[in-house]
Write a protein that binds this ligand. Structure first.
Ligand SMILES: NC(=O)C1=CN([C@@H]2O[C@H](COP(=O)(O)OP(=O)(O)OC[C@H]3O[C@@H](n4cnc5c(N)ncnc54)[C@H](O)[C@@H]3O)[C@@H](O)[C@H]2O)[C@@H](O)CC1
Ligand SMILES: [K+]
Length: 513
């Protein structure tokens, strides 16, 4: 968050005092008003038939002692001016933002402290909306006990929560959640999205994310630390056959996967590849009969990749097993001059120096355990610092790296570029064989000519979407089957994925410092 703070300071130095907070509070109040209006008529626990609209709506503000609380107080004052009944719960009354508090009190807002136990309980139970201004980017560590207790009471009351800048209790930089944290229906964030809004587990606490422009963009570094592609961005990347394209011009992807022991990995990898836009899929390996039985359109050979015929990209690794022959196969594929995706068993014992000498792009798609082995560290360390891990891997191996997990991250070896966080997906995708579908899909996009970073990002996006569209609970087979629907969703409508529906800043990627 240092880059956000630096950008805010630079901008604040040029603007009258309070300008940024005024802009933030205006955006926050507007988002609260919209949410209340959209919830009109929705019955809630205490008033089964009540209508929530701004005039007369009951709004509870949770106010910490920093500027995050100040945003909540100023926004509360705006809502109160428009007829809402606003009550602030001040965690530290003597340290609450003085001007914000004065503004709220001036327009008739009420004030409580957590010590007013029964009043706070009835406030939270009857609230149409709770605004979480406990802590924002100034938060360090898990919530302190008094704040954690308040967050728990809000969760128990069940009222919809709008988080100010970030859900209180999530780490702004890493997306880690240590202890209790607020769960929001909507997070209104200012200036730029924070990694804590895109990286799990924090992401699931944020709900829908709405970005308010407070004029920070020109102050932010030109290259953000993290970015996410929207559906429209992915649609623009996906290959579209033209009238003159034949199957070879559309690209041929080669799959070197599966073994006598794991033939299913070959079938699933081919399934992903057939839905990735390449004109043809070649399979080289011992599981050809299984592949043909399921996908007769595959060009199958049982020899080595070398003899399989021309391809524009290779996918190597899924289901190869641990035999020494697997490593030789990976080495053979890496010796070709086309883009290569290495996954699963293929990632065992990869030589960074060998990879760095390749001229064509290499894409590695490890999960956290495989990434830990490649980095010589533990799975826990990778899980707790996913951003750092994906960057380190791509630097060390000179390859594009897609780190699978609850939030898939993609890093390019060029350290000047942002890491991409995939905004689609569902925890259900953690299912056997799902990674094989993803690697086939990404390999297919590589064959159709996409740069490795874009192929990986588009594949992760489509795969995540297919996971959500497949009947619950999805299997790797049904995820592959849902890929055409995911393509249609991305290319047909251009609408968001639902994960960050309202976060639509003008640049096509969400910049994150
Ligand atoms: N700096 C700026 O220019 C702007 C800042 N804005 C708001 O200001 C926020 C940042 O304000 P601050 O720097 O005052 O910081 P915060 O308000 O985010 O947090 C600092 C306060 O939280 C307390 N705190 C820290 N860790 C805690 C924990 N684990 N549990 C409970 N309390 C904890 C601290 O004692 C301090 O009082 C942003 O998130 C945003 O909401 C916006 O108004 C836009 C402009
Ligand atoms: K907050």
């Amino acid at each position: 968050m240092e880059t956000v703070r630096a950008a805010e300071s630079a901008l604040m130095a040029r603007l009258p005092e309070g300008t940024l907070m005024t802009r933030a509070a205006a955006g926050l109040a507007a988002a609260c008003a919209t949410l209340l209006a959209s919830a009109a008529g929705r019955p809630t626990r205490d008033r089964p038939t009540r209508t929530a609209r701004l005039y007369g709506a009951r709004v509870a503000l949770l106010v910490g002692s920093g500027d995050n609380g100040g945003d909540a107080l100023y926004a509360g004052a705006r809502l109160a001016r428009r007829g809402a009944a606003v009550t602030a719960v001040l965690l530290s009354p003597e340290r609450a933002h003085p001007a914000g508090l004065a503004a709220l009190v001036r327009v008739g807002g009420r004030v409580l402290t957590p010590a007013d136990t029964s009043s706070v309980s009835s406030l939270l139970r009857s609230a149409d909306l709770v605004v979480d201004g406990i802590v924002g980017i100034g938060g360090r560590g898990g919530l302190r006990p008094d704040a954690a207790h308040l967050a728990q009471r809000v969760a128990d009351a069940g009222a919809p929560v709008v988080a100010v800048d970030l859900p209180s209790g999530v780490d702004p930089d890493s997306g880690e959640v240590n202890g209790p944290a607020v769960r929001a229906a909507l997070t209104v964030t200012f200036g730029t999205l924070k990694p804590g809004l895109l990286v799990d587990p924090a992401r699931t606490h944020a709900g829908e994310v709405h970005l308010v422009d407070i004029g920070l963009t020109p102050q932010l570094p030109a290259v953000p630390e993290l970015a996410a592609l929207e559906s429209a961005d992915v649609a623009a990347l996906l290959p579209r056959p033209s009238a003159e394209s034949d199957k070879y011009r559309r690209g041929v992807v080669g799959i070197a996967a599966g073994s006598a022991r794991y033939p299913g990995a070959a079938v699933l990898c081919v399934a992903g590849a057939l839905h990735g836009g390449a004109g043809a899929v070649r399979y080289a390996g011992p599981a050809g009969d299984h592949v043909l039985a399921r996908y007769p359109e595959t060009l199958v050979s049982s020899g080595s990749p070398h003899h399989a015929g021309r391809v524009q990209s290779w996918v190597v690794g899924p289901g190869l097993g641990e035999e020494p022959a697997a490593r030789e196969l990976v080495a053979e594929v890496l010796a070709t001059e086309v883009p290569v995706l290495v996954d699963a068993d293929g990632l065992r014992g990869l030589d960074p120096d060998r990879l760095r000498t390749r001229e064509a792009p290499t894409l590695l798609t490890p999960h956290a355990g495989e990434a830990a082995a490649l980095l010589g560290t533990t799975r826990e360390r990778v899980e707790s610092a996913r951003l750092a891990a994906v960057r380190e891997l791509s630097q060390r191996y000179g390859a594009t790296v897609l780190l699978k997990g609850s939030t898939t991250l993609i890093a390019d070896p060029d350290p000047r570029g942002p890491v991409r966080a995939n905004p689609t997906g569902t925890p259900w995708l953690a299912t056997a064989g799902s990674g094989d579908v993803l690697s086939g899909l990404a390999g297919s996009l590589l064959a159709s000519g996409l740069p490795a970073l874009d192929a990986a990002s588009a594949a992760a996006h489509l795969h995540g979407l297919a996971g959500s569209l497949a009947p619950t609970p999805p299997s790797a087979t049904t995820v592959a089957a849902a890929l055409p629907q995911a393509w249609a969703r991305v290319t047909g409508t251009g609408t968001g994925t639902g994960t960050h529906g309202t976060a639509s800043p003008s640049p096509s990627a969400f910049p994150l410092p």
